[in-house]
Write a protein that binds this ligand. Structure first.
Ligand code: DSN
Length: 413
């Protein structure tokens, strides 16, 4: 970054500060990861200078001799990775990808079934504060006491409300979805089925869990979580929805695609096609299982009865009498980053809920395995125990930073 350093020391210092924070801290936020240096280079490339409204072969501006093959390459790699009929790599991120998908198949006022946020759904799946909830009529479904999606209740709701779209997808729900059961319910009531796989896309690409793409009409995702690509979105769909999805992305919702981002997506998809990514994805799931078991041993209540994915949702309030906000703050003070999170039907508020969400996909990218997870759970437990003892938290912070140094993010930077 020699040019940046010379020209803009303020921004340079903020970037190097963030680099140090990432290097010395333990990143356990379930939606973050570390991209490769090749992905970073593609993101910082001259493709950021180019406008390319439209699609390969059908652009509004000239000079597309490199953008067209680039976008086609990203699409081909994504198709190979997920076995999709059609792929649109232009969505800027997950929330726009979902909006584009809704806009492609729904009219204002249409009914959608989506999972309740406190049961592990997502804001963009119908939370009243979102734009989509003002346009469409969202009805929430929930998990049952066993922590599984209540398929019987889902079917009842589907028959009662006759939705145009039934939406699966989670930001904190951790159990394997029964794709067939879910999409059969949609078929029974003549609804379109959609799955937002943002959190688990990398686990699917790495074949650690079954691929839902053949089952669903539309599948949306981000590219930056378990998939370990640049921040961005993507939509996959059956051929019959291809035209509507593309038209909805552009000109319906977005302007020019971010071609530097699409370049970085293409690089990440090629990485995910390598055998080493399968090893990574399987290790993520193994690590999450160890996390679940070790926390359970120490008396923590894990929501949904455990995890099949990369994260756990922990009820710290009923387990240890500490709120999600207190736990998040104490862990942060000790150099461990998680986020406070609602638990199903949380009696507390979203800003100070009962739970925390912990994900292992980023630390697995750094090479941490079962042994390291056990040590990390030891620190988490200790931190929650001494949560208001600042001196003790500062001591643990030093230990965590020293430990993290052994697992460099970008060894040669
Ligand atoms: N912010 C992402 C998450 O943490 O789940 C998705 O919205």
């Amino acid at each position: 970054m020699k040019n940046l350093k010379k020209q803009d020391s303020k921004v340079y210092e903020l970037i190097t500060g963030e680099m140090k924070r990432q290097q010395e801290g333990m990143e356990l936020i379930a939606s973050e990861n570390y991209v490769s240096k090749a992905v970073l280079e593609a993101l910082g490339s001259v493709f950021t200078n180019k406008y390319s409204e439209g699609y390969p072969g059908k652009r509004y501006y000239g000079g597309q001799m490199f953008t067209d093959p680039l976008e086609n390459l990203a699409i081909e790699r994504a198709k190979k990775l997920f076995g999709a009929d059609h792929v649109n790599v232009q969505p800027h991120s997950g929330a726009p990808a979902n909006m584009i998908a809704y806009n492609a198949v729904l009219k204002p006022g249409d009914t959608v079934l989506g999972m309740d946020l406190s049961h592990g759904g997502h804001l963009t799946h119908g939370h009243p504060l979102t734009l989509s909830a003002q346009i469409y009529n969202f009805i929430g479904y929930k998990s049952n006491a066993k922590g599984e999606i209540d398929y019987a209740e889902l079917e009842k709701l589907a028959k009662k409300h006759k939705p145009k779209l039934i939406l699966a997808g989670f930001s904190a729900y951790t159990r394997q979805l029964d794709y067939k059961k879910f999409t059969d319910i949609a078929k029974k009531v003549g609804a379109i089925s959609m799955f937002d796989i943002a959190h688990i896309a990398g686990l699917i690409a790495g074949k650690a869990i079954e691929n839902p793409v053949p089952f669903f009409d539309i599948v949306t995702t981000t590219t930056h979580k378990t998939l370990r690509g640049p921040r961005g979105g993507m939509i996959m769909c059956k051929a019959e929805f291809a035209k509507a999805i593309d038209k909805s992305a552009f000109p319906g919702f977005q302007g020019g695609p971010h071609m530097n981002n699409i370049a970085a997506k293409a690089v990440a998809f090629a990485e995910a096609l390598k055998p080493s990514f399968k090893i990574y994805a399987k290790q993520v799931v193994k690590n999450a299982k160890v996390l679940e078991k070790e926390l359970t041993k120490r008396g923590y209540k894990i929501m949904f009865g455990g995890t099949d994915y990369h994260m756990v949702l922990v009820d710290v309030m009923s387990s240890k009498g500490v709120t999600g906000k207190q736990a998040e703050h104490a862990l942060d003070e000790a150099g461990i980053t998680v986020n406070k999170n609602m638990i199903p039907d949380d009696p507390r508020s979203p800003m100070d809920p009962s739970g925390i969400r912990i994900g292992v996909q980023a630390i697995t990218s750094r090479g941490m395995k079962e042994k390291e997870i056990k040590m990390i759970v030891g620190w988490i437990d200790e931190i929650i125990l001494v949560h208001d003892d600042e001196k003790k938290l500062a001591e643990i912070r030093k230990v965590v930073a020293k430990f993290c140094k052994k697992y460099p993010i970008y060894p040669a930077v």
